[in-house]
Design a protein around this ligand. Sequence first.
Ligand code: BEZ
Length: 202
Amino acid sequence: MQLIYAAASPFARKTRVVASETGLTSRLGLIETTVLPVDVNERVNAVNPLGKIPVLLTDDGEALYDSRVICEYLDSLHDKPRLFPADPGRRWRTLRLAALADGVMEAAVLTRYERAARPAERQWDEWVDGQLAKVRRGLASLEVSTDLLNEPLDIAQIGVACALGYLDFRFAELNWRHESPKLAAFNEQFADRDSMRSTAPV
Ligand code: BEZ
């Protein structure tokens, strides 16, 4: 299998953390690339018409995207406890939290693109404020989902940790720990895992 990814992407990081946690890293070749809103990346477009990374090229010749699909696919390939719980009592809550973490990542990445890639005179401050409000509301909702921290390892915890890692990487000025002490405690432990250390954004 080969993963087309960017080292800074929190979505790609999520897939790499899943590969690491499920013992699949040695089966995963990495193809690093860059994807910017205004650049045409033919290599990525050829396998994902949406032009987004990550994309997983499977041993069966499939191109899988987006990160949610890749994570669930990887989770089907190992014999450890599942990261996507099957038990309905946990499954839907876990998937909702994972979606919330993805939404925080998405709002943060869009903000990053707006600020870093768009010419200053065309930037839309109100739109950025709206995206950052999504980040703040998302973190506030995660902060009260403290039982998240006590579950066995699952895709929601991985997503939350990757979202928080991206905020630290690109939005240190948000100082998210101030409003989210329980998430901060979760992150301090989780960020120490080998899977997180070996995939830290650069
Ligand atoms: C970034 O540089 O922040 C970034 C790069 C690729 C995907 C997402 C974010």
